[in-house]
Design a binder for this molecule. Structure first.
Ligand code: SF4
Ligand code: SF4
Length: 175
């Protein structure tokens, strides 16, 4: 572990300077000197502004996106999207200002979480394999409101070429 300072929260020249046993917590540059930091955590405990956090030297490798992991992410994204819709509906219906504010905040928060999940799952880049597969999958929908022509045009623009479930080649994305 070593200490990292968030300079936006730091009020400068106070407790961390006095408790650091190695002089690593120098506020002149705003940085903690990683070469001197021994990871004791004294500065993080002493800081009145919570400007210092302890971070690991090495982070674990990202979990491999196996099919069960990808499916769990999709289910989680679905649930966040549903929660966003419910909260947005409450915000629209209610006459109570506090409930409206709270429901709006919940809707936004769920939107951000869903976007993060989709980004992690590889769906936020139109040229990604996942986005191509998704667009190909939803082309089969019978919903008359679905913008089929626009999706077909997008697939063509992205030049996706993918094997469909029937084995026939369909548009899929290229690198
Ligand atoms: S973790 Fe310890 S050594 Fe590192 S900067 Fe903070 S007080 Fe200094
Ligand atoms: S104790 Fe916290 S607020 Fe004070 S100088 Fe150190 S990092 Fe900044």
């Amino acid at each position: 572990m070593h200490a990292v300072r968030n300079i936006d929260h730091c009020t400068k020249d106070c407790l961390c300077l006095y408790v650091c046993p190695t002089g690593a917590s120098d506020t002149e540059t705003g940085q903690v000197d990683a070469s001197k930091c021994i990871g004791c955590g004294a500065c993080a405990n002493a800081c009145p502004s919570h400007a210092i956090v302890m971070v690991p030297e090495e982070y674990p490798t990202q979990q491999e996106k196996t099919v069960p992991v990808a499916n769990s992410m999709k289910r989680l994204a679905d649930s966040k999207t549903m929660q966003e819709c419910i909260a947005a509906g409450i915000a629209e219906e209610t006459d109570a200002p506090i409930t409206r504010q709270l429901a709006t905040a919940v809707a936004k928060s769920n939107r951000i979480m869903a976007e993060d999940i989709l980004r992690e799952a590889g769906y936020m880049l139109p040229q990604s394999k996942e986005a191509g597969s998704f667009l190909n999958e939803i082309l089969d929908t019978k919903d008359p409101a679905f913008p089929k022509e626009a999706v077909e045009k997008l697939l063509k623009l992205l030049n996706h070429k993918e094997e469909s479930k029937s084995g026939k080649e369909v548009n899929k994305m290229e690198k």
